[in-house]
Design a protein around this ligand. Structure first.
Ligand SMILES: NC(=O)c1ccc[n+]([C@@H]2O[C@H](COP(=O)([O-])OP(=O)(O)OC[C@H]3O[C@@H](n4cnc5c(N)ncnc54)[C@H](OP(=O)(O)O)[C@@H]3O)[C@@H](O)[C@H]2O)c1
Length: 345
């Protein structure tokens, strides 16, 4: 059966900060399923800062979109028709496709079955999804997190940052978050249990504020922001410290982002700096998902979702990420949650 759907496509290439007018909602018909395919009706789609890297028409670490392409995103949805031997109607999956009400999948690439029903589906796009996994593998695999370390996290009130800080806290580390504004910093201290939060928007010298919050120095910097932020923390790094390059949100809208200045400390303090692409760790996600889910269910890790209503809400939600408007993970709800509907019966 041909499936009518609605999708958000790229209307024009973006040079600076994204705006709602860069996108448009289009109606399309998805073709009949072929053997080996299944059709997903999305319940929630994600709004990710990293998507910005694909929207300028220029080469990046992922291939750029063409005008008229559906904008990439993660989603959770219900399989409503299947001609695939391994995926059945009624299963709930998370997959990487785009801002679209429906997706046809061949069951290849990034796809997760969601069977743990202890948490709302939104968690599988945030704390148990790409955001939480980036925090988990960035700290545990890349940085070799261990008890007693001092960890600084930037864009700390976001989905990745807040997960990273809490993973470190649970490991017995001292955790300092850097975030914009008193509300976010208050939430980090009061709800997420960070030891200290630096409000970089109301601090003249972020480097000094971090140094004061970390009198014994910093062992791990988990950075989501970019080189200017990293440069301010480098003078506080301890011998053999690690800088995890998770994201560079301050650079995504900048054609000519700044380089690093304080590189001498890499010699004197034997620092190392390493990035990650979270999908490299996909074979080990199940264990990490289970551990994170247990911590969330136990109340040891908290998270915030901001869920807007309908596909039309997505471009505005996306543009707001670059103005610091979001309080946690931004998602858009396209349909009611089928897990919840089942529980309410
Ligand atoms: N490596 C990977 O595999 C991987 C996977 C997923 C995500 N990531 C990266 O992880 C990072 C965090 O993702 P997220 O989904 O949790 O989003 P997020 O941190 O909530 O991103 C939005 C936040 O970034 C901050 N921000 C925006 N512009 C900024 C600027 N110019 N300078 C400093 N801060 C700025 C704002 O917070 P404030 O109000 O605090 O400024 C804003 O609320 C992103 O950079 C993303 O690309 C990496």
């Amino acid at each position: 059966m041909v499936q009518p759907t609605r999708q958000i496509v790229l209307k024009r290439f973006i040079d600076e900060a994204p705006s709602e007018d860069d996108f448009e909602v289009v109606e399309r018909e998805l073709p009949d399923l072929r053997d080996g395919q299944f059709l997903v009706r999305n319940v929630l789609v994600s709004v990710d800062p990293g998507t910005r890297a694909r929207l300028s028409g220029k080469p990046s670490y992922i291939p750029p979109l063409k005008l008229g392409d559906v904008v990439g995103a993660f989603s959770v949805g219900e399989i409503i028709e299947s001609r695939h031997p391994d995926y059945a109607e009624g299963e709930i999956v998370s997959l990487a496709d785009g801002w679209s009400e429906h997706v046809i999948s061949k069951g290849r690439g990034f796809i997760r079955r969601i069977t743990d029903r202890r948490l709302p589906l939104s968690a599988w796009l945030g704390v148990l999804g790409v955001s939480g996994m980036t925090a988990w593998f960035g700290l545990n695999r890349v940085a070799g997190l261990s008890e007693g370390q001092t960890v600084v996290v930037t864009s700390a009130a976001g989905a990745v940052g807040s997960a990273a800080g809490q993973i470190a806290r649970l490991k017995g580390c001292r955790v300092i978050g850097v975030a914009g504004g008193p509300e976010k910093c208050g939430w980090l201290r009061d709800a997420a249990g960070f030891d200290h939060a630096v409000d970089y928007k109301n601090t003249d010298d972020v480097g000094k504020a971090v140094a004061e919050a970390a009198p014994d120095g910093v062992d791990i910097l988990f950075d989501n922001v970019g080189n200017r932020m990293i440069d301010q923390v480098i003078p506080s790094m301890n011998l053999n410290g690690t800088i995890v390059v998770s994201g560079q949100i301050a650079a995504y809208n900048d054609d000519d982002p700044p380089g690093l200045m304080n590189t001498r400390a890499f010699i004197t303090h034997r620092l190392k700096m390493q990035g990650l692409v979270v999908f490299d760790d996909l074979p080990n996600w199940s264990e990490a998902e289970k551990s994170m889910a247990d911590s969330v269910v136990a109340g040891d890790i908290v998270y915030r979702d901001e869920i807007s209503d309908g596909l039309e809400s997505v471009p505005r939600a996306f543009a707001g990420l670059f103005r610091g408007e979001n309080r946690g993970r931004r998602l858009a709800r396209l349909r009611p949650d089928p897990f919840k509907a089942e529980a309410d019966k």
